[in-house]
Design a protein around this ligand. Structure first.
Ligand code: ZN
Length: 114
């Protein structure tokens, strides 16, 4: 299975650059049950995508409870929506993209902040 740090580090990065405290967000996430198939996969991509998905859901559902909470990940500075999550290939590394302009995208863990 991928190292937990390998799965959490990219998400931590994308939270921090957007002004969110990872610990405060994970507190809202609660107990996360990752699909055993993801945990068994030697490639971290699918587990990272799953954690990114659940983390984003926790942020969007708990904006009021999270210090500095706002739609995450921030999109192009001025867009009011959060970025969308996808991956190109089965098992590929996931990325964030703008739902209005899909050419605006960043690999999870490489969000530029905002
Ligand atoms: Zn956008």
């Amino acid at each position: 299975m991928p190292e937990p740090a390998a799965v959490f580090a990219p998400i931590d990065h994308d939270l921090r650059v957007c002004g969110l405290v990872p610990g405060a967000v994970y507190a809202q996430l609660g107990t996360l049950e990752l699909d055993p198939e993801l945990v068994a996969d030697p490639e971290p991509g699918p587990a990272v995508k799953s954690l990114a998905f659940h983390t984003q859901a926790a942020v969007l559902e708990n904006l009021q409870a999270i210090k500095g909470g706002r739609p995450w990940p921030v999109c192009q500075g001025k867009h009011p929506h959060p970025m969308s999550l996808a991956s190109d290939a089965e098992g590929g590394w996931p990325y964030w993209y703008c739902p209005k302009n899909p050419s605006y995208r960043f690999a999870v863990g490489q969000h530029p902040g905002g």
